[in-house]
Ligand binder design. Structure first.
Ligand code: WTA
Length: 655
């Protein structure tokens, strides 16, 4: 392996703290800490400068920021187009022939593809014309149900080109979950594929689509031929992508969008079982996507950027599409399973394309760590310069393994905190500034105001555990609403501490230097292998089984996935618990939401602890499971349920 530059060095006095080396500082876009104070003096002025420098506007805004909490606007009156910023502005420069997307299929061989910026531009223009010819226009919704193939970027960019609002649904979600999202988003069109490859096998997507679309307002389904397996095409509704594209014109004028026009909706889990459609608008989102990609990852033109997130999640939207493409970067996209055909697949990809920036999730790191050090050791990973993680708190052991075995003890790890709602990263240590400390994410991005509050809304001093909140002016990329549910927007984020404080629903501790350590969700959202879901969604799926009357789901720790759901089920009178029933319940969850949310176990109980108003006390269940003190139970309406639960847990443990 060739000797690589040491981008980060350990603090000799404070072991376990890493600072950028002189090389990294010299190369970095940002290396002077003064930027934080400068930005904080006047965040709108700071963001206005960034928006002007990073994004091309058809017309400049007349006012930078306006708020009437909980509502706010950025770059008022500004006009732009996201697709133009990701494509058109590059094709008139030397980047025209630069690789935009290097696509690695799961099964290697002739299917590999490299799309230059010009290739991508052409395809996006054509598909934008296809959408238009089918009657899709500004403000219409398009649902995208696609695997990790470059067409997913093409469709997203084609939508934003014509001002259509895309809503991507994770391709491993079930037809039921897809149907729920279609019913809420009300698109006329869905874009999908016949299938994709996973673990070496073709997986069919089309039957899911047929079930999900039935009874909705979707008039047209556009199908990409990916696996080539025989599928049933429904006459009048289903259209082949390649046939439509063959007839489409090469140029489609980008729609001039207002800064506050909706750009996309992405469904995510909230505190109830109903997923919420998070709304992002154009100007603020694009500005934050561009600058966080450039500064947080210290992205330069010669870098090869690989974000391993699926496009179905916000990380895929911002760091597998809009951020890197707006920056004119080269990005790697991988179709398949991380350990197919062997546990060194990712490391082989890093070596094959000379990846310099790798952005992934702690759950993947824990999985590779468990596979063993020999797998990354087989490959030359010396091109790597910057590593990143997202999605959940990273534990020290996973951080150190990533640092040593993937980064060769030379690369900084940026632990990035953010949410579907924030649109882009809000917290991490900047590579040219540091410090990089295992389990500590870092400072908030310049011009972003975050604080740790106690229950009553008082800012907490350093070192004390509280709730992470966002203060005015709100981040440019922060959500502007929830689709068809303005009430929920307010109730979910702006009630806890009032109209003018954004409540993240995360716990955090701040240190003397202003670094944040995240301590996990404080609501009923759980993170399974980095995927976000609510206990209520899983509970709804379980109680849809005819033998179940009630259910409660709590997270339990898992070595690889971080957390997994554990289900409690109360059966109808006369129904006996059985292994078969437990298997059926698990199958229900698979079918209703998808296997990502599958409970690790189902425990049958005769009663669940409840408050007097009938709310299930999940906290009590969580404590019982983890052998913690149960805590205050004066609010329990049925204290005998606790004793019964203890008994059934003991008998379960003895099984
Ligand atoms: C959690 C993912 C600790 C957090 C981009 C947040 C993290 C939720 C981190 C949002 C991190 C994300 N450290 N926790 N670096 N990053 N989280 O919407 O609980 O899928 O609220 O967005 O993930 O998950 P979402």
């Amino acid at each position: 392996m060739k000797k690589a530059t040491k981008w980060v060095i350990e603090d000799a006095e404070h072991k376990g703290i890493y600072w950028p080396s002189a090389e990294l500082k010299n190369k970095a876009w940002v290396s002077d800490t003064a930027i934080y104070a400068q930005a904080d003096k006047d965040p709108p002025a700071f963001w206005a400068k960034l928006a002007g420098e990073g994004i091309d506007w058809y017309r400049k805004w007349r006012k930078v920021y306006e708020e009437k909490p909980p509502h706010f606007k950025w770059f008022i009156g500004g006009k732009l187009n996201a697709s133009y910023n990701c494509l058109d502005r590059h094709i008139n420069t030397w980047r025209r022939n630069k690789a935009a997307i290097i696509w690695e299929p799961e099964t290697t061989g002739a299917r590999n593809r490299v799309l230059t910026y010009y290739d991508l531009y052409l395809q996006v223009n054509k598909f934008a014309n296809v959408l238009k010819s089918l009657g899709v226009g500004k403000g219409d919704r398009v649902v995208i149900y696609l695997p990790m193939i470059p067409e997913v970027n093409i469709v997203m960019l084609a939508c934003t080109r014509i001002g259509a609002i895309h809503s991507v649904v994770f391709s491993a979600f079930s037809h039921q979950a897809l149907n729920d999202r279609i019913k809420s988003a009300e698109p006329k069109i869905i874009v999908t594929a016949d299938g994709y490859y996973r673990d070496g096998q073709p997986v069919n997507l089309k039957p899911n689509v047929d079930e999900a679309v039935a009874g909705t307002n979707i008039s047209q389904a556009i199908i990409i031929k990916e696996t080539g397996k025989a599928i049933k095409m429904i006459k009048g509704r289903d259209l082949w992508w390649h046939e439509l594209m063959a007839q489409a014109d090469n140029y489609c004028e980008p729609e001039v969008m207002d800064s506050e026009d909706q750009m996309f909706i992405l469904y995510t889990s909230g505190t109830t079982g109903k997923p919420k459609g998070v709304i992002h608008t154009t100007g603020g989102y694009m500005t934050q996507a561009y600058w966080t990609t450039k500064w947080d990852f210290d992205l330069h033109d010669e870098d090869v950027f690989w974000c391993t997130a699926d496009i179905g999640w916000i990380t895929g939207h911002t760091y597998n599409c809009y951020g890197p493409l707006a920056c004119g970067a080269t990005m790697v996209m991988y179709e398949g399973a991380p350990d197919y055909p062997q546990p060194d697949r990712w490391w082989q990809i890093v070596a094959k394309y000379g990846v310099t920036i790798l952005y992934t999730a702690p759950t993947a790191i824990r999985m590779f760590k468990q596979y063993g050090d020999e797998w990354p050791a087989k490959h030359d990973l010396s091109t790597l310069r910057i590593l990143g993680t997202v999605g959940e708190p990273i534990d020290r052991a996973a951080w150190m393994w990533f640092f040593e075995h993937i980064g060769g003890s030379r690369c900084p790890i940026i632990d990035t905190w953010w949410q579907t709602e924030t649109g882009g990263i809000l917290i991490n240590a900047l590579p040219g500034i540091g410090p990089h400390i295992p389990t500590v994410a870092g400072r908030s991005f310049p011009g972003i105001r975050l604080e740790v509050f106690d229950e009553a809304g008082k800012p907490l001093p350093p070192g004390e555990n509280g709730y992470l909140v966002g203060k005015s002016p709100f981040a440019p990329g922060l959500l502007r609403g929830i689709h068809h549910d303005p009430k929920r927007y307010r109730e979910q984020y702006f009630v806890q501490y009032g109209n003018d404080i954004y409540f993240t629903n995360d716990g955090a501790i701040k240190d003397e230097m202003g670094n944040f350590r995240l301590t996990g969700r404080v609501d009923d959202v759980i993170k399974v292998a980095g995927h976000r879901l609510t206990t209520a969604e899983v509970e709804n799926a379980i109680t849809s089984h005819p033998s179940v009357t009630e259910s409660a789901v709590v997270p339990i720790p898992d070595d690889i996935k971080g957390q997994v759901p554990l289900a409690f089920a109360k059966l109808k009178a006369g129904v006996q618990p059985s292994r078969k029933l437990a298997a059926e319940i698990i199958e229900r969850v698979d079918k209703t939401i998808g296997p990502t949310c599958r409970p690790a176990r189902v425990l049958f109980v005769s009663d669940l602890p409840k408050t007097r108003s009938g709310k299930t006390l999940r906290r009590v269940l969580k404590n019982l499971i983890s052998n913690q003190p149960i805590g205050n139970i004066t609010t329990i309406a049925n204290p005998q349920s606790i004793e019964e639960l203890k008994k059934s847990l003991a008998s379960e443990a003895n099984k």
